[in-house]
Design a protein around this ligand. Structure first.
Ligand code: TEU
Length: 557
């Protein structure tokens, strides 16, 4: 397979609201991003992905778009955007935008018109159904964010579908006019020179015919079997590729919600001409049994190895995926998979060593490069995320959990964990803004911040830089033959990767204790490419002692 720029590239995701606030109104903005482009470049990033920057009433922080071709005033102007794009390109980086095409905002002109009359030409832009025989919603579908996925429009007596909040009506992709509207919006940005799109919940765009009730099989399975992978999804993606993406030097990174190893190829195999790559949810949700704020399981390294293997096998030689361990929808990776207290630095470095050596495009989420952690919000008044707030409200009615426990669950799993402002320095509000930020800054900013780590050669930040620089010279990090060693060991993850002349061994200790590992290869003369500690303890040429959370990459050549 051809190793194109977007496959080899490292993607850095920015959540603009929380990145950097230039005009000091407490909300991050485009000029704030421009200010930090040199910083991003210093990380050896190739592609910047911006979470939505378009006009939006912000029911779901921009994932509810009211105008696809304008900039949210809180974030700046179109001039700011043009400058951002130009400055990104000038530094040799690319820029992709977030395409939210499954739904728009109920404040979008299309929906406002659609609501006016059942004869409106915009009516058929959305999914409308008559009530069921008892007057309730047309079927039993639940929204991702709690409650029914249907909302009654009193004026017409019909329900409209919203798989997310009630202010995010689903667009009807059956209607060719809807598809053309979305393609036009894409062309608008591509013509400006953007380099592609991250595609929000794209597997959900085609709904099952007749909107059948969902069986009670758990929310994850419902997403896979009912909401995602609808009958026409491939027809639409193929059309989008043919009419838009393929006409530009652009690529698509899909959010692979509801996609599994059996159908991923239908989306990303090169000969299908649909999507360039997707990131799946199996790692991101590996401790979430069915849905958020339900049952959680203990992190299990063997399960994680199996997930990576399963996806590697599924796309081997035919398609491509991206790898992520965190984004704006999940708790922080070091808090979930590492130890954000005693071994904060060690585990953050080790986790990144693993992530960056998995086959596929590498996705980094803002702040992970300094090991930003989860936050403990003190009361529900400090919570901003609509998913968490809806859960809290619903729980008040069902009383399934005490309020204290519900808040604790939000603190463990909620999306605000990833959305606290980036910690730039130890100045007020972590240097994010001089004004009170829209969401609390994590109080640990005094210790964990960019400025401090910049000056420390052994920091997590400089570890990321060093590793990403090396990754550029070693295609074997990105792909190649992957050989598992000690597959069933619950504490160690060890693998050998080879590609042409390159051969590396990655050794990762997930335990907070020392571990001993005996290699098959004689590693006496191997070069230590990456080490999360300052030294590597060996007894002889085959015995390695690993410190807690130590991660090492050896170059065998
Ligand atoms: O996320 C879709 C999605 O599946 C998430 O809602 C995810 O299941 C959840 O956050 C995990 O608990 C995308 C965006 O990334 C998210 O921010 C949006 O809220 C959502 O779509 C609607 O646009």
């Amino acid at each position: 397979m051809e190793l194109t720029w977007f496959k080899k590239g490292t993607i850095y995701q920015i959540y603009p609201r929380s990145f950097n606030d230039n005009d000091n109104d407490g909300i991050g903005d485009l000029r704030g991003i421009i200010e930090k482009l040199d910083y991003i470049k210093s990380l050896h990033i190739d592609i910047i992905w911006l979470s939505p920057i378009f006009s939006s009433p912000n029911d779901d922080n921009g994932y509810d778009i009211s105008d696809y071709c304008s900039i949210m005033p809180e974030f700046g102007t179109m001039n700011d955007f043009d400058e951002l794009l130009k400055e990104t390109h000038r530094r040799g980086m690319r820029l992709i935008l977030d395409l939210v095409a499954n739904h728009c905002s109920d404040e979008h002109m299309w929906f406002e018109e659609a609501k006016k009359s059942i004869h409106s030409p915009y009516r058929d832009y959305f999914h409308w159904r008559k009530p069921s025989s008892d007057g309730g919603p047309p079927n039993n579908w639940k929204s991702f964010f709690g409650g029914s996925a249907w909302e009654l429009d009193k004026a017409s007596g019909e329900y409209y579908l919203h798989l997310f909040t009630r202010k995010q009506p689903d667009l009807n992709w059956e209607n060719p006019k809807v598809r053309e509207e979305i393609y036009d919006a894409m062309r608008f940005w591509l013509d400006k020179g953007v380099d592609g799109f991250r595609m929000d919940v794209i597997p959900l765009i085609s709904k099952p015919a007749g909107y059948p009730d969902a069986q009670d099989i758990g929310f994850r399975k419902i997403i896979e079997n009912v909401y995602a992978n609808g009958p026409k999804v491939h027809e639409y993606l193929n059309e989008m590729n043919e009419k838009v993406i393929s006409r530009y030097d652009a690529f698509s990174l899909a959010e692979g919600v509801g996609i599994n190893e059996t159908n991923v190829g239908l989306y990303v195999n090169e000969d299908r001409k649909e999507l360039d790559m997707l990131y799946h949810f199996d790692i991101l949700e590996c401790t979430i049994v069915n849905g958020k704020f339900e049952e959680v399981s203990q992190f299990d390294l063997v399960q994680m190895k199996k997930i990576f293997k399963k996806w590697r096998d599924a796309i081997h030689g035919t398609g491509w995926i991206a790898n992520a361990m965190g984004n704006h929808d999940f708790a922080r990776m070091v808090s979930r998979f590492g130890d954000d207290k005693k071994y904060h630095e060690e585990s953050a470095k080790m986790l990144f060593t693993m992530l960056s050596t998995q086959n596929g495009t590498l996705n980094i989420y803002q702040g992970d490069e300094i090991g930003m952690t989860n936050i403990t919000l003190q009361s529900i008044n400090e919570v901003r995320d609509v998913q968490s707030l809806n859960f809290f409200e619903e729980n008040k009615i069902t009383k399934k959990y005490s309020e204290a426990l519900a808040l604790e669950m939000i603190n463990n799993e909620g999306r605000d964990n990833a959305r606290t402002p980036v910690q730039w320095s130890n100045e007020i509000n972590g240097g994010f803004s001089t004004n009170e930020p829209w969401l609390k800054v994590n109080p640990n900013y005094k210790n964990i911040n960019v400025e401090r780590q910049n000056n420390d050669p052994n920091s997590i930040l400089n570890f990321y830089r060093n590793l990403l620089k090396i990754r550029k010279e070693y295609d074997v990090f990105v792909y190649g033959n992957f050989e598992e060693i000690e597959f069933s060991n619950p504490n160690l993850y060890i693998y050998k990767k080879t590609l042409d002349e390159q051969s590396i061994v990655v050794i990762l200790n997930f335990n907070n204790q020392e571990e001993l590992f005996t290699t098959e290869d004689d590693i006496e003369g191997a070069k230590v490419l990456i080490n999360t500690y300052s030294n590597l303890k060996m007894e002889d040429s085959r015995k390695v002692f690993l410190k807690p959370y130590q991660g090492v990459i050896l170059d065998l050549k």
